[in-house]
Ligand binder design. Structure first.
Ligand SMILES: Nc1ncnc2c1ncn2[C@@H]1O[C@H](COP(=O)(O)OP(=O)(O)OP(=O)(O)O)[C@@H](O)[C@H]1O
Ligand SMILES: [Mg+2]
Length: 500
């Protein structure tokens, strides 16, 4: 753009200067000729009478360019006489002669202002002219014009040359600029590539191997790009140590929670045992003491559940490997729904199961816990009379491959909207007072997510008044499904809806 603007300015200034110089010269020449149309008195050979009779005689005098026109304009504005010099080469001799102008050319000349100034005029068939009027001493207005075609041609040539040179210059500058900028920015691109690779690393959890660094060649502090590269390397060093420190601290906290939960199990079991023993023992105890012992027992049971949940989460966080058995989800769901029904007689329980086995590879006990937590939520957070459907489906999900989908749906009031985005976070609960009364801790869905993550699956929730669905997708156990595939024709698959 800069070069284009500079070229345009240079071109414009050159053209204007050339234009005024050339027209200046042409006008000087014109004035020189015009003087001859009205020579001062006493010039030899040009008497007054002669001039009156032959006002255009100067055209035959030679010395003016071919094409020079002269015209006598009457006071009425009409051209009474006009001539144009032409080159006459008859008989091999070059002689000057003149021819009259046409009517149209005369009209154009008549329109030129007779104010003694030079004007441009376009004569039909002859092109551009510069013309000036002279008032002769004999009282006649004589118009003298010389062709400006050559000057116009020169100007057009100059403009064409300027445009071509500027265009070629711009193209050359563009190519050279692109090459230079490309070469100059190549190190910066390598720095950017390193930054991009780092940005694609999963840094949010776990032990991060942040070994990406800008190569030494791009970290030379003597260049600007090198300074950027060096600064990026130093920043990556800091980030690496910060992530390492974060991981160590997380590991310590996890270990602490796991150890604390583990250590708490034994005293809690003892508290429960002793409370039960005392309550059921033969020794007479008062009603208040019996009630207190019952409460101690209930709270100890609740605390045991909490401690077990914490221990499980700590172990899952630590990435402790789960057992990898081929597990059919359908029997697990049937068992879990039967248990849930026993605990929640006021709810209506439905089962929707596929005919073929819904086999996944994983830890049966943990998957059972997922079901218990989901069904427990559908029971404890919904009013009596709510219908709860446990559904298992098998299918190919685009991008995810063969998948087993487990859904627990209820038509209860739904998860509070403000809780919904955080429902899988630890200790996230809805109505705190109601939940606490029901013995809830807010760890149920967090455990679901941790177990499903550990199985390489995903979990999601959709909830609104009248419909809450928590869906779990687990990768199907491919070899197990393939072995059974011939036994099941996908067209004849149908779902069993069973009301327990
Ligand atoms: N099916 C549901 N219907 C309505 N609300 C639900 C449902 N499932 C979960 N919630 C809401 O989400 C919250 C979090 O559930 P989550 O299972 O994580 O904890 P919890 O059930 O409160 O406690 P815990 O399961 O540890 O005993 C619940 O407190 C409840 O408010
Ligand atoms: Mg729960």
């Amino acid at each position: 753009m800069l070069i284009a603007v500079v070229a345009a300015v240079i071109g414009a200034v050159t053209t204007i200067a050339f234009d005024s110089y050339m027209y200046g010269k042409l006008d000087d020449q014109l004035r020189g000729i015009a003087v001859r149309a009205d020579p001062p008195r006493g010039l030899p050979g040009l008497g007054g009478l002669e001039r009156m009779d032959q006002p255009l005689e100067f055209l035959g005098g030679g010395g003016q360019p071919f094409g020079t026109v002269g015209a006598v304009v009457a006071d009425s504005g009409e051209v009474t006489e006009s001539r144009r010099t032409v080159e006459n080469t008859t008989g091999g001799q070059r002689r000057d002669s003149s021819v009259p102008l046409t009517e149209a050319q005369n009209d154009k000349l008549a329109a030129v202002a007779r104010d003694g100034k030079v004007h441009s005029v376009e004569l039909p068939g002859l092109g551009g002219y510069r013309a000036v009027s002279v008032s002769t001493e004999a009282g006649l207005d004589v118009l003298v014009g010389i062709p400006s075609g050559e000057v116009e041609d020169a100007l057009s040539t100059l403009i064409v040359v300027e445009v071509c040179v500027a265009g070629a210059g711009l193209i050359a500058a563009g190519i050279a600029g692109t090459v230079l900028v490309g070469v100059a920015l190549r190190p910066l691109r390598r720095v950017a590539a390193t930054a991009t690779r780092v940005s694609e690393l999963p840094l949010h959890s776990g032990e991060v191997a942040l070994h990406e660094r800008v190569p030494d060649a791009e970290a030379d502090p003597r260049t600007e790009v090198g300074q950027v590269g060096g600064a990026l390397n130093r920043m990556l060093d800091h980030v690496h140590s910060a992530l390492h420190a974060r991981q160590e601290s997380e590991t310590r906290v996890r270990q602490f929670v796991a150890d604390a939960s583990h250590e708490l199990r034994t005293p809690l079991a003892s508290i429960r045992g002793y409370a039960e023993l005392t309550r059921r023992g033969g020794e007479p105890v008062g009603t208040d003491t019996r009630h207190a012992l019952g409460r101690i027992e209930a709270e100890a049971i609740r605390m045991t559940g909490l401690v077990e949940d914490l221990l499980l989460l700590a172990r899952l966080d630590a990435g402790r490997p789960l057992s990898q058995e081929s597990t059919d989800l359908s029997p697990l769901v049937v068992d879990a729904v039967s248990d849930a029904r026993a605990a929640g007689q006021d709810h209506k329980w439905l089962l929707e199961l596929p005919v073929e086995p819904a086999t996944v590879r994983g830890d049966g006990a943990r998957l059972h816990q997922v079901l218990v937590n989901l069904l427990g939520n559908a029971r404890t957070h919904t009013p009596p009379g709510t219908t709860v459907t446990a559904r298992v489906r098998c299918g190919d999900i685009p991008g995810a491959g063969p998948t087993v989908v487990l859904e627990v749906e209820d038509d209860g009031p739904g998860i509070p909207p403000q809780l919904l985005p955080h429902v899988f976070e630890r200790f996230a609960r809805g109505d705190a007072s109601r939940s606490r009364h029901a013995g809830s801790t807010g760890l149920g869905l967090a455990i679901v997510q941790a177990v499903v993550d550990a199985h390489g699956g995903t979990v999601g929730v959709r909830s609104g008044p009248g419909r809450t669905v928590v869906g779990v997708r687990l990768p199907a156990d491919l070899p197990a499904l393939a072995a059974l595939a011939p036994a099941y024709d996908s067209q004849t698959r149908h779902r069993h809806i069973t009301q327990l």
